[in-house]
Design a protein around this ligand. Structure first.
Ligand SMILES: C[S@@+](CC[C@H](N)C(=O)[O-])C[C@H]1O[C@@H](n2cnc3c(N)ncnc32)[C@H](O)[C@@H]1O
Ligand SMILES: [Zn+2]
Length: 420
């Protein structure tokens, strides 16, 4: 049975060697504030632009109880500090392989205060390889309720050990920053990392999220578990692909969303194929014949990127905390989370259609996004914006209808110009 252990049984490891007071004196001063929390960054890897990913992690962690958390690649420890002081974590294990940052992390975490009941601190700091912390925790059967792995590139070597170290029902927050692989420029690389042969597709940044989820699905399945994405977030800063998944008991079901996707360069339509239908991959525009116009990627996650109800809970929390509307500066969480909720409509398929592609196929000017969405909805199709691409729509409307709609919108504009 997988049980989370209390903070008292967690080994202090190198925390004993780390002296927050000394660190405060020797650090070069680089004080940052994020959502009201102050911390030093020293010369650790820190990106202000990643604050949205941290906000989403904190909101999600706040919905998780109990909360014994591992921040496996913590940088300066900003996430760990926020998980302690904002998400109310009972215990945070902050780890980063860079030994030089141990004092900096400890100094930052000492800002979180101590446990009100015991008077003890609720954190430890270690300077180990993330896999070592994960594997040792698993071997000791000390499972976490939440594991954040903020890795670089498409390093997937932590996925299996992270799943092993997670309690069933726990949350895994994983990262990829590999835009080359999601863009289909390194299919052998994505195959090695996530088991997905990814080719260039117009919605490559969504493919990046699906590739990452698919990789976790595969690793969980090998261990006899399955995972579901609670939210998926792409940011062009980096780029960063971040996914929050819940670990569930039991293997992947036969009709799960783990399969192949196709994009046809000739007609612009996309389709999903299950493993059973692999031999039937073709596009209706080629009369069912094998065609070079069909690009295939997979296996990867073909299902919903988010759980709409869960994201709704995150939004409620963001509103309560005054984080939802930040005005003109930074990403507006209200807008982002509402977009994720819209994208989670089960009628919407994978991918998105860029309006530039529609206008180029229709040979008209790019139609205004809002008018296009209204017109497609009136035709009875499901449609939403995409948080990934500004001028794109997610829809189950075929490309041919999108093209006709764009032409109709252009005709209306032309006739209005004539009247003027
Ligand atoms: C993207 S940065 C972390 C940023 C931090 N989570 C934040 O939000 O500011 C990745 C960190 O992983 C650390 N790192 C790289 N390889 C590691 C490994 N194998 N195990 C543990 N930490 C590692 C690096 O030292 C770096 O600080
Ligand atoms: Zn086609």
């Amino acid at each position: 049975m997988r049980l989370a252990v209390s903070s008292q049984t967690a080994p202090p490891l190198s925390a004993a060697k780390i002296n927050p007071k000394r660190a405060l004196k020797t650090l070069k001063s680089c004080l940052e504030t994020e959502r009201g929390v102050e911390f030093e960054t020293g010369d650790s890897f820190f990106r202000r632009e990643s604050s949205v990913g941290r906000d989403l992690g904190v909101l999600s962690a706040s919905l998780q109880s109990p909360l014994r958390l591992l921040d496996a690649m913590c940088g300066c420890g900003v996430r760990s500090l926020r998980y302690l002081s904002q998400a109310g974590a009972a215990f945070v294990w902050a780890n980063d392989a860079n030994e030089d940052h141990g004092d900096l992390i400890a100094s930052n975490l000492s800002r979180a205060g101590v446990d009100a009941g015991t008077g003890r601190r609720r954190w430890v700091v270690t300077s180990s390889d993330a896999n070592r912390v994960l594997v040792e925790s698993y071997l000791k059967r000390e499972f976490f309720d939440f594991i954040d792995v903020d890795s670089f590139g498409s390093d997937s070597t932590f996925l299996r050990s992270a799943i092993n170290a997670l309690r069933i029902g726990g949350l895994l927050y994983v990262t990829s920053t590999d835009g080359y692989s999601s863009g289909g420029h390194r299919p052998q690389h994505s195959l090695a990392s996530y088991g997905a042969y990814v080719r260039p597709m117009p919605y490559s940044n969504e493919v990046g999220l699906r590739m990452l989820i698919g990789g976790v699905v595969r690793e969980a399945s090998a261990l006899g578990f399955h995972v579901v994405p609670l939210f998926s977030y792409y940011s062009y800063h980096g780029p960063i692909f971040r996914v929050m998944l819940r670990l569930n008991r039991g293997k992947l079901s036969e009709n799960s969303y783990y399969g192949f996707i196709t994009y046809c360069t000739r007609c612009g339509n996309s389709h999903a194929y299950s493993w059973d239908n692999l031999g039937q991959i073709s596009c209706p525009c080629s009369g069912g014949m094998v065609s070079r116009s069909v690009i295939v990627s997979g296996p990867l996650w073909t299902g919903p990127l988010h759980d709409g109800a869960y994201v709704g809970e995150m939004l409620e929390l963001a509103k309560q905390w005054g984080w939802a509307c930040t005005g003109s500066k930074g990403t507006d969480l209200d807008k982002l989370l509402n977009q994720l909720i819209d994208e989670s409509d089960p009628a919407l398929p994978f991918g998105y259609i860029k309006l530039d592609e529609v206008s180029s196929r229709a040979k008209v000017n790019s139609p205004p996004l809002a008018s296009m969405i209204d017109a497609i909805r009136k035709e009875g199709y499901a449609v939403s914006r995409s948080h990934i691409a500004n001028n794109a729509i997610k829809t189950n409307c075929p490309m041919s209808v999108c093209i006709e709609t764009a032409r109709e919108l252009q005709r209306v504009v032309n006739s209005e110009n004539v009247l003027v």
